[in-house]
Design a protein around this ligand. Sequence first.
Ligand code: SF4
Length: 185
Amino acid sequence: MTIRLAAPLQLDSIVDGEGLRAVIWTQGCPHNCLGCHNPSTHDYAGGYVEKIKNLKDEIINLKDHSGITFSGGDPFEQSEACYEIALLAHENNLNVWCYTGYTFESLLKLSEKNQGIKNFLNEIDVLIDGRFMIEFKSLEATFRGSTNQRIIDVPASLKTKKIVLIPKYKLEEKSKETLKTNIYI
Ligand code: SF4
């Protein structure tokens, strides 16, 4: 199996989730968010094709990393390949975070008819969901670009069948007011 990537595996990131992370930059995105900071990752024919085995070898040999983060692009456009990688990460005691332009609700809907999406969703620990919305852009919202995006505990959400946000990243009412003053258009 192969995966289309926008860039090689990025090591030592501290801005794409908790702890030290290795980031998988997937290629291909349908969302076309206004103000996207990675427009070169949209083209489904862009980037380059990598063997999953090569990526897995790199992940197995990670040192001192807390986990891997899928970004892009939208990883759910290649959910079967991402599922394979996420599975391996968990087998190697690495946690799995994922950014997506889809909402959690829309992924649940899609997963009813798409086994790859269902499998991948089941291997994600933390999902940062929703399109980047420039009117809600914030430099202060942890690990996300705009305040409409949510940091979701996926196993708890799947278990309880309702969205469970990670408490420490919830935007408090007071913070929301503060964030409104930090919107850059
Ligand atoms: S989902 Fe992400 S990569 Fe895709 S257009 Fe939006 S910001 Fe850009």
